[in-house]
Ligand binder design. Sequence first.
Ligand SMILES: Cc1cc2nc3c(=O)[nH]c(=O)nc-3n(C[C@H](O)[C@H](O)[C@H](O)COP(=O)(O)OP(=O)(O)OC[C@H]3O[C@@H](n4cnc5c(N)ncnc54)[C@H](O)[C@@H]3O)c2cc1C
Length: 383
Amino acid sequence: MMHTIYYGSAMDVLRKFFPKKGEMNTILGSFSASAIDGTHGGPYSPGTGLSLAYHYTMGDIYDFRTFRGGIGALSDALVSSLTDNGGEIRYKSTVKRFLTVGNKVTGVELRNGEKIYAKVVVSSLDAQTTFVKMAKEVLLPSDFTRKVNEIKYQNGYLQIHLTLSELPEFKDHLAFANDNNIRWLMAYIRSPEHLQQCWEEYQRGEVPSDPVSYCVISSLMDPTLATGPGYTCTIFSHYFPYNIPNGKHNEYRDIMADRCIEQIAKYAPKFRDSIMNKAVLTHKYFESKFGITGGDFTHGLIQPSQWWDKRPVKGWSNYRTPLDNLYMCGSSSHPGPGVTCIPGYNAANEVLKDLGIKVTAPISTNDKAKKSIFFWRNKAKVV
Ligand SMILES: Cc1cc2nc3c(=O)[nH]c(=O)nc-3n(C[C@H](O)[C@H](O)[C@H](O)COP(=O)(O)OP(=O)(O)OC[C@H]3O[C@@H](n4cnc5c(N)ncnc54)[C@H](O)[C@@H]3O)c2cc1C
């Protein structure tokens, strides 16, 4: 089974548990959707079994949790924890390159020319940005550079942010979803073949004709997220074409957004009319706004060749790098993407070890961080 999980497709794994073809198609569609997140594959592509396992090991059961006040509340809590412990944060300070002496990193130079020297530099950028852009003046081992250049970042997706004047009312066999405990987080994926079709169209560089919409009405769970009348709604969809012809991005984006909205509107007829505001973002936006290679939020796709001891590249999965005093701490490190804080936690411990600092008591967190509340499923749960 381990071999199937690691090298097989999501459907190879799922068929062990759901052997009868033609049954439980919607459930299999939902399982497959987690498997193709952060991969360059479809439910039948070898390697997606690993992504399925990754997504289902993120919690004791696979569940979406969200912070009261949105994901920014986590950032705020981390910021105040750091500043309360004497740390300083510089906003809007783009790092241009690492400062080095021989093979040792001694600090960073910002885009405005300011130089900041440090005993240790820890990069949460993806590996290509870190080593190809920030360290381009340093001679790195050629084998290491080759592996970094081979990392796959081909992750096409689209996200729509909406405000709605009213909640979608689903009809017919989906009317049960009008219960708010269900309606706040929905995806209707008819079958793995539905996703497979999207994947095949994506591979041909086409906008999926029938894209899958994952829809969250977040202010239903957390009313503080809607600052005015109505509701906040986010739709996410995989397989926005990756290499699109020059000048065609916005056209493709708008076509796909419209098709994603139609996925909901065909079961909830008043949905389109309820849209008050709309913003559509694709991986291109995340690439230009956050400097992530290819806009890939995983910082290196979830696939067997980029996992465990091969993350970010084989031989360097221990948060250290070929450059002295430079460490990696973001999603490009083990155990990969998602808002888990685990790569950062592990990296911090390795840095402390190398600096000979023994942590005798946990770093204190302030009240705000301690009071972070996750909404878990349909109940608010303090963790
Ligand atoms: C649309 C979308 C939906 C997602 N949904 C989920 C979800 O539901 N659950 C989940 O767990 N994960 C989700 N993710 C993934 C999650 O956001 C990422 O895995 C996570 O943010 C990665 O964190 P990170 O700290 O490693 O890197 P990043 O969040 O990419 O942080 C890197 C930071 O470095 C900054 N930076 C870049 N270049 C420079 C530079 N030169 N100088 C200074 N700073 C720089 C960037 O501005 C950024 O703030 C989603 C991602 C996207 C895009």
